[in-house]
Design a protein around this ligand. Structure first.
Ligand code: NDP
Ligand code: 2IT
Length: 449
């Protein structure tokens, strides 16, 4: 990077931090984008003159509200709900809801900003948003989760709509939570519309939506490996997480012939030297989705190693797929992966790698598929769910999987177009520029707002 690009980045980040103090996630996400976009807009002064990046790093609006609910013992709890409506330049706000005890406005600002660029990459007409609550469904009964979701929607419903803002799931928000949320929206608004995605198949949900994020991250990896004449078959893979994204990344990796050695939750990870097979994956799904148990029970069931309070990144592998949470892969983890022979990283989670780790992967020139490109399959199929709802039609599984496959290939190719240099493909640069230009062009067209 030339001195002036470095200076531009430093100046930009200085201003952003002054405007958004104490928001390290948001700073991290914007830094990773601005690093690529500032040199790009220096070459395209129309974006600079219109202050597009400054405008794009200021959310359209942030909504915060009180959520009261009663537990099974009739104790009253007060949580906080959020929705960051980041940008509706190219479509209604669209993005998941996260229910987790550690959420903050900072977290949702980073996720909503990333979502805007990710959704742009899908090629579908969706803006970006994100929200949720500092409520954790863990250790709550179904009825408690239901009462919380209904109370959350009592306020949320006035801010969303099929042409306004269309939430979906994320950490802690799966099929059960979406069903309760949708039921309450329908009751309050007296409308049956595609206001949420990830719905059950009986009430407007789409086939392949459950699988889409994990499958999509593996499809992206498949295309990136094909550029180097390599394939997934016969590779060893390590995966973190054991929720929606991890389960379906593991499923597709196995399907394509990889040996998957690990899975994790917030208590630790299992290391299964024989690798997952269909039966073991079925056990994991039942454990996590039905019994809502801990990953240690997998080790107890199959007699493999369990490492409490550890992440899987020290395990030898060809492929690593972080599919749990942000900043779960630190600088030392990235060093260990490279030292142990990892040749490809595809991110199912959002921003799972710290910036220093990203820099190490880019310097080492391994395949590094950043989250906003690699995990876009989930929201892409959400976009297809919205289309089906609008048309009051349902498409078949093979049709939807085919569309997901081709959307991921298209995202890969766009990233390649903007990220290919003499040393290979920088997918971070490619994803950032390709995602940015579509949103930026719409903003230019609208004038100053
Ligand atoms: P789930 O709630 O289904 O699963 C989350 C998994 O991550 C669980 O195994 C959970 O363990 C683990 N986890 C959560 N927080 C932490 C933490 N602080 N430290 C360690 N492990 C943690 O969520 P999803 O699978 O849907 O989401 C996973 C990631 O993928 C997130 O980053 C999400 O933003 C991203 N994503 C999800 C999409 C989707 O369609 N669902 C789409 C695109 C991205 P535990 O049960 O112990 O909490
Ligand atoms: O991070 C994400 O892309 C998601 N949680 C999915 C969002 C969606 O609207 O399907």
């Amino acid at each position: 990077m030339s001195q002036s690009n470095e200076q531009r980045l430093a100046d930009f980040m200085h201003g952003l931090k002054l405007r958004n103090p104490d928001e390290p996630y948001f700073h991290q996400a914007v830094y990773e984008v601005a690093k690529n976009i500032l040199p790009f807009i220096h070459q395209h002064p129309e974006y600079q003159e219109a202050m597009v990046l400054e405008r794009l790093t200021e959310p359209d609006r942030i909504i915060s509200f009180r959520v009261c609910w009663e537990d099974d013992e009739r104790n009253i709890h007060v949580n906080r709900g959020f929705r960051v409506q980041h940008s509706n330049s190219i479509g209604p706000y669209k993005g998941g809801l996260r229910f987790h005890h550690e959420v903050t406005v900072d977290l949702f600002k980073f996720l909503a900003f990333e979502q805007t660029l990710k959704n742009s990459l899908t090629g579908l007409p969706m803006g970006g948003g994100k929200g949720g609550s500092n409520f954790s469904p863990r250790d709550k009964s179904d009825r408690e989760v239901m009462r919380f979701c209904q109370s959350f929607m009592n306020e949320m419903y006035r801010h969303i709509g099929p042409d306004t803002d269309v939430p979906a799931g994320d950490i802690g928000v799966g099929a059960r939570e979406i069903s309760y949320l949708f039921g309450q929206y329908k009751r309050l608004a007296n409308k049956f519309t595609g206001v949420l995605t990830g719905k059950g198949l009986a009430f407007g949900g789409s086939l392949i939506r459950t699988e889409a994020t994990g499958y999509g991250a593996v499809y992206f990896l498949q295309d990136a490996m094909a550029v180097k004449d390599r394939q997934i078959d016969g590779q060893t893979a390590i995966v973190s997480g054991s929720g929606n994204v991890a389960q379906h990344a593991i499923e597709k990796l196995i399907d394509l012939g990889a040996k998957v050695l690990t899975a994790s939750d917030s208590d630790g990870f299992i290391h299964d030297k024989h690798g997952f097979d269909e039966d073991k994956l079925a056990f994991l799904k039942e454990l996590k989705n039905e019994r809502r148990g801990r990953i240690k029970e997998y080790a107890d069931e199959f007699g493999c190693d369990y490492h409490a309070d550890k992440t899987p990144w020290q395990v030898d592998c060809d492929i690593a797929m972080p599919c749990a949470t942000q900043n779960e892969l630190c600088e030392d983890d990235a060093r260990a992966l490279l030292k142990n022979g990892c040749k490809a990283v595809s991110e199912g989670a959002n921003m799972p790698t710290v910036q220093a780790g990203v820099d190490l992967f880019l310097d080492a020139k391994i395949i590094y598929a950043p989250s906003k490109a690699a995990n876009a399959g989930g929201v892409a199929v959400s976009g297809l769910e919205m289309s089906q709802n609008s048309m009051r039609q349902t498409w078949e599984r093979s049709e939807l999987d085919g569309r997901l496959r081709s959307i991921m290939q298209d995202i890969h190719d766009k990233c390649r177009q903007y990220g290919e240099g003499k040393d290979g493909i920088d997918y971070v640069q490619g994803a950032n520029i390709a995602g940015f230009t579509k949103v930026a062009d719409a903003m230019l067209a609208y004038g100053v707002m």
